[in-house]
Design a protein around this ligand. Structure first.
Ligand SMILES: C[S@@+](CC[C@H](N)C(=O)[O-])C[C@H]1O[C@@H](n2cnc3c(N)ncnc32)[C@H](O)[C@@H]1O
Length: 219
């Protein structure tokens, strides 16, 4: 929407005209986006990495399992991985069919996960509740305060998203795009245990690109 508004401004449209052009997007945009994710995440031939996120696997290896929250969990690849490692996992997402797929896959693999139909804006994160919060290609800036408040002291946040360079020539939603070193200070006061800014195959989107990854701990 921001990019579209900027284009209309550059085309010389007035504030009123831009507002009118954006109105239907404001009204139907979120529903269309959830439907897009439903289709994408339950497609017969998936266009994303259906294996658990490699950074999550590496960062949780050998750690004591506890309570975990998977933000924008999609079809559950990461939640199911954590459940298999003994974590007590809750995930939420606004894409209902993706959540249904997550439950199917979990049952098939013999683990239980809790799924909640919700957006980051409406989900109740609670306070001092989680040992781990995962944000895998599902925002970060928008849930900063919720993550800080809802992790237990000593709890971990794991985040993976795109570096801003990845947006060159490809359309990626701004909420999963970060500036150089932005993640280092995103969760105010947290201790950064691992930060990576790497050229790698992203789990979503086209091929090799610049990916950023964070493991940080609440004091
Ligand atoms: C790129 S997918 C990532 C899915 C999952 N985290 C993974 O790594 O497999 C983005 C996910 O964010 C979800 N999403 C979209 N809008 C959201 C919102 N407002 N709050 C929470 N999740 C949202 C989508 O439905 C989709 O499942």
């Amino acid at each position: 929407m921001n990019r579209f508004a900027a284009k209309l401004r550059a085309d010389g449209q007035t504030v009123g005209e831009i507002d009118a052009a954006l109105a239907p997007l404001r009204k139907f945009g979120p529903k269309l986006e959830h439907e897009m994710w439903n289709r994408n995440l339950t497609a017969e031939k998936p266009s994303f990495n259906t294996e658990p996120n490699a950074f999550l696997v590496a960062m949780t290896k050998g750690r004591k399992a506890g309570s975990a929250l998977d933000v924008g969990m999609g079809q559950g690849r990461n939640a199911i991985y954590l459940a298999k490692q003994g974590w007590d996992v809750t995930g939420f997402d606004p894409a209902d069919r993706a959540l249904a797929r997550a439950q199917e896959l979990a049952a098939h693999q013999g683990v239980k996960i809790k799924t909640v139909l919700s957006t980051s804006e409406t989900f109740d994160f609670g306070k001092n509740k989680w040992d781990l919060i995962l944000i895998s290609y599902a925002g970060g800036r928008d849930v900063k305060k919720q993550v800080i408040d809802s992790l237990k002291p000593g709890g971990l946040v794991i985040l993976e998203g795109f570096h801003h360079d990845a947006t060159k020539g490809s359309s990626i939603g701004g909420s999963v795009v970060f500036q150089t070193n932005e993640l280092l200070t995103l969760f105010t006061g947290f201790r950064v245990l691992q930060y990576e800014d790497a050229q790698a195959k992203a789990d979503f989107g086209p091929g090799e690109t610049r990916v950023v990854r964070l493991l940080a701990q609440k004091p």
